[in-house]
Design a protein around this ligand. Structure first.
Ligand SMILES: *Cc1c(COP(=O)(O)O)cnc(C)c1O
Length: 375
């Protein structure tokens, strides 16, 4: 059976090698006569997988001893609440930079938590214009537009806005906003592990696994030991980052099969040449798509300012919704799925995560050229 060319935004394509490995090991893991899912999370066989996943992450990103690597649950959405629950206290302020729909959600959850704790949440900057269905986000703020509260508990940024196709640091001219000494907390759900990252710059980065590192059910968090130690102690244990750091993410039963799949994906990543190789491959895929869009500006239109166009989620419009539907339908006939833009913004969205093969992007570019020629 030919493999479907999967451009879904998440859950998204996984590397075939990682899936094949799971198939091979499914009913007899490490010669144990059972699947990894049937092992105790406290047993040696599972522990080895768990430790390997953490070690691979540390190796790929060169995470030093200053930061913890955690596997959490509840999705990035739970982190929207869990981060302020840990880091806000009476009278303190958290700052948010909003460059798209996920940032809006993070801000709104933080506000709910702040109310409970007599703390404050401050919008340091929003690049949104318009309202409701017309609301759009097409740019990154200039450093001068970001108004950070001195001594804020943290500054929250969404690295890549998955729906709007807006990404910080894809271009060196659009770095993450800086908060002076304020710890930077970044939602990297849709652009984690696509290139190297200097983790020491951040207080906390987090990412739902289902975009670029594995199946849904796991959130990876890399958090400085300093922030872990600062976390509140009067919230339930299960929500304290400290609990998971102290227990190597084995306080409660983790989604063991998910961690196992993350391990497979990370092992594949390393084999491919690690993050430098991934970056080259990803940049090439995105550059091809944007060059077809830019060579046919009478037909395709990418609303996003060039320097912050996402390398992971390429969004664009055709002249009419009918033509967009026709493109999605014709792509499906050729074995390509997941191209419809998010329901809140419409248009086309091509997600080009690590596991998306360059040949799939070539096939899509060819189809786009045909459409543009037809007009
Ligand atoms: C997908 C996504 C989320 C939400 O992830 P869940 O795992 O569904 O909670 C949050 N932030 C960004 C940037 C995302 O792409």
């Amino acid at each position: 059976m030919a493999r479907t060319m999967n451009f879904n935004a998440g859950p998204a394509a996984l590397p075939l090698a990682a899936l094949e490995r799971a198939r091979q090991e499914l009913t007899d893991f490490a010669g144990s006569g059972m699947s990894v899912m049937e092992h105790s999370h406290r047993g040696k066989d599972y522990e080895k997988v768990h430790d390997e996943a953490i070690a691979l992450l540390r190796e790929l990103l060169d995470v030093r001893d200053t930061h913890e690597v955690l596997f959490l649950q509840g999705g990035a959405s739970q982190m929207f609440a869990q981060i302020p629950m840990n880091l806000l206290e009476e009278g303190s302020v958290a700052d948010y930079v909003v460059t798209g729909a996920w940032g809006e959600k993070a801000l709104s959850e933080a506000k709910a938590v702040a109310k409970l704790f007599d703390a404050d949440v401050h919008l340091a900057c929003s690049t949104g214009t318009g309202d409701g269905k017309e609301k759009s986000y097409v740019r990154a703020p200039l450093p001068s537009e970001v108004n950070v509260t001195p001594r804020a508990a943290y500054l929250h940024v969404t690295s890549n806005e998955t729906i709007h196709g807006v990404e910080f640091e894809a271009d060196a001219a659009r770095p993450f906003p800086q908060g002076g000494g304020v710890p930077l907390v970044v939602d990297m759900s849709s652009d984690f592990l696509w290139k190297k990252l200097d983790v020491s710059r951040f207080g906390l980065v987090y990412a739902g696994a289902q975009k670029n590192i594995g199946p849904s059910g796991i959130v990876v968090a890399i958090v400085s030991k300093e922030l872990v130690a600062k976390g509140r102690k009067d919230i339930p244990k299960i929500f304290q980052l400290r609990t998971h750091a102290e227990n190597k993410s084995l306080y409660n039963t983790p989604p063991t099969f998910g961690v196992y799949m993350v391990r497979n994906v990370l092992a594949w990543l390393k084999e491919q040449g690690g993050l430098p190789a991934m970056e080259a491959r990803n940049r090439q895929k995105a550059a091809k798509l944007y060059s077809v869009i830019d060579a046919n500006t009478g037909f395709f239109r990418c609303p996003v300012e060039k320097q912050i166009r996402s390398v992971m989620n390429v969004v664009f419009r055709l002249p009419s919704e009918q033509q967009e539907e026709a493109l999605v339908a014709e792509a499906k006939k050729r074995g390509m799925v997941g191209l419809k833009g998010h329901r809140s913004v419409g248009g086309i969205r091509v997600s080009t995560y690590n596991a998306v093969e360059p040949a799939w992007v070539d096939a899509l570019c060819e189809l786009m050229q045909e459409f543009a020629k037809r007009g």
